[in-house]
Design a protein around this ligand. Structure first.
Ligand SMILES: O=P(O)(O)OC[C@H]1O[C@H](O)[C@H](O)[C@@H](O)[C@@H]1O
Length: 555
């Protein structure tokens, strides 16, 4: 039986009755979040609490998957809205679209490519939908780069002069930087004390110098990461790194060889540039740059935390895949996250979406998801070639929640933008510091307080009562009232990780990947190309060429 091709019909979701129903629901106005939460009678209860799950709405907005808990009770949706959103998902054939992805069909239609990054973490599967041969190739390359990581970690991979490697410098940009940079920081507590991992993405000379000035060339390995091996910024950094090795006594290709690793989907191009095949780790054109942390692009992560932990990271991602494939739409966490985002973007017309992780080790997570989401869904052409008439990917921004509270959260509370937030927290924190538990208590308190304050705000009557209770003279109460009242009704999700581990991190990354996929599937756009970025690259090359061919006036 041939599968239904999801791209043979018009791509706009507005043609569905469910879309029109959602428009009508939004137009008729929805209850304030304060009232929804009061009705749920579940304010302050733990995510997924069995003893006090609250109303049906509250129950349906709390899901567990791959060890993570999504608490979406602070979303401005009624059961009626939730049902209409699920109907939209069914109308848009998310299921068949996901199946096409896993079978390796060329769903990246504008580049004629398959999109199989989930295969990179599907090693344990008995009969993978992408085929046993593909699975074998993936495992063989995984084994190769994990062995390299192990040898660097245990001192068997030595520099030209026989010294142990103490520093690894990752040179790459975009997807060849953000994923591994994020994961190394998130798992910093597991990192080897023997080998430090650094990241340089910016071709600005200082960015490289500030790392190199502290390093010993004889003990340093550069990993040049580039899917295409043609990105100007990365090649500029790589040339400068090689020159630095040269200046520090490693002059011939043979002397430099143990200090240079290439990771790329274009190994022939790397070979032309002098990188040895045995020091080149590869992946495939069906791995998008922003989805490549699971491939050999993850080598710096494996060096930092070791092969075992890297495999746990893959397993965490795979656990989320299994959930995504098997869970019913109503219980499907990535789908729910996507649908709530669609409600906020297309029906409540929120132009941006904020990520606020509270564990400091997730500092780089927002920038990572920002690329994944904005480069994927920042599109205005449907798959059928028609111009999109609805809003697509939001502006994704944010950063560590606690720091944000003292910087830009004011705008969330009282500004003119309604900004939905994803709060990300960990339930358990094992930092070996005497007062670690107290630190954690303060962090959690703040995270919970912000989600609540944004949702419920503070109405006029409560504000008035509070000001009067403080003994404020009446004329002052009346003058301050409008300034001290908070509209609230700002929607948020809270994602709880039991602890920050390779497994939960993998699940979290895969969750956002699937969310982005589901939203693209609903909007009818291709999340896997990035022609906008290509234009900038082409223009830079053309300008370089013009400068080279224009005769300079004699000096
Ligand atoms: O890995 P590379 O081929 O060097 O590409 C690095 C980056 O280049 C561009 O900016 C693309 O839009 C990104 O998706 C990609 O990750």
């Amino acid at each position: 039986m041939t599968s239904p091709n999801p791209y043979n019909h018009s791509s706009s979701p507005t043609r569905h009755r469910s879309w029109q129903r959602l428009e009508a629901l939004a137009a008729q106005g929805q209850p304030h979040l304060r009232d929804l939460l009061l009705a749920d009678d579940a304010v302050g209860t733990e995510c997924g609490s069995q003893s006090h799950p609250g109303t049906l709405r509250a129950k349906r907005l709390q899901l567990m998957a791959a060890g993570l808990c999504l608490d979406a009770r602070h979303q401005a949706v009624t059961l009626e809205v939730l049902d209409a959103l699920l109907e939209l998902a069914s109308d848009c054939q998310i299921g068949p679209q996901a199946q096409a992805l896993y079978r390796g069909e060329p769903i990246n239609a504008t580049e004629g490519r398959a999109v199989l990054h989930p295969a990179l973490r599907g090693g344990a599967m008995q009969a993978p939908p992408w085929g046993a041969d593909q699975a074998q190739r993936i495992e063989a390359e995984l084994h190769r780069f994990l062995s390299a990581a192990e040898r660097i970690r245990n001192g068997l991979w030595v520099g030209h002069e026989g010294q142990r490697i103490t520093d690894v410098v990752n040179l790459g940009i975009g997807g060849s930087d953000l994923g591994p940079r994020m994961a190394v920081a998130a798992l910093e507590h597991l990192a080897s004390a023997q080998v430090r991992v650094h990241f340089v993405s910016n071709p600005d000379a200082w960015a490289l110098h500030r790392v190199l000035r502290t390093l010993d060339a004889a003990r340093t390995v550069f990993i040049v990461q580039s899917k295409t091996f043609s990105t100007q910024e990365t090649l500029t950094l790589a040339a400068s790194a090689r020159r630095w090795l040269h200046e520090h006594g490693l002059q011939t290709p043979a002397e430099q060889a143990p200090h240079l690793i290439a990771v790329t989907a274009a190994p022939a191009v790397a070979a032309q540039q002098g990188y040895l095949p045995q020091h080149t780790y590869t992946f495939w054109d069906w791995v998008g740059g922003r989805y490549s942390v699971w491939s050999a692009i993850g080598l710096p992560v494996a060096i930092a935390v070791g092969p075992l932990a890297f495999r746990e990271f893959l397993q965490g991602g795979h656990a989320m895949d299994l959930h995504f494939w098997n869970a019913k739409p109503q219980h499907n966490m990535p789908l729910l996250l996507a649908l709530l985002g669609i409600w906020n973007r297309n029906f409540l017309h929120c132009p941006s979406h904020m990520l606020a992780p509270y564990p400091s080790r997730l500092d780089a997570f927002t920038r990572f998801v920002q690329q994944m989401d904005m480069e994927s869904n920042g599109k205005s052409t449907h798959l059928d070639g028609n111009t999109v008439q609805i809003d697509t990917g939001p502006i994704v921004w944010g950063g560590l929640g606690i720091d944000g509270q003292h910087a830009y959260f004011q705008l969330l509370h009282q500004g003119r933008h309604r900004v939905p937030v994803d709060f990300i927290g960990v339930e358990r924190e094992d930092t070996p510091l005497p007062l670690a538990a107290e630190h954690h208590r303060v962090v959690l308190l703040n995270q919970r307080a912000q989600a609540l304050a944004l949702a419920v705000g503070r109405d006029r009557a409560d504000t008035e009562a509070e000001l009067r209770a403080g003994g404020m003279p009446e004329h002052q109460v009346q003058r301050l009232l409008p300034h001290r009242t908070f509209a609230g009704n700002v929607p948020s999700n809270t994602l709880w990780l039991p602890a920050l581990t390779p497994h939960t991190l993998g699940a979290l990354v895969a969750l956002y990947e699937h969310k982005v996929f589901c939203q693209a599937a609903i909007w009818g756009i291709n999340p896997y190309d990035q022609w906008g970025v290509e234009l900038g690259k082409t223009l830079a090359k053309a300008m370089e060429h013009a400068a080279e061919t224009t005769p300079h006036p004699p000096t």
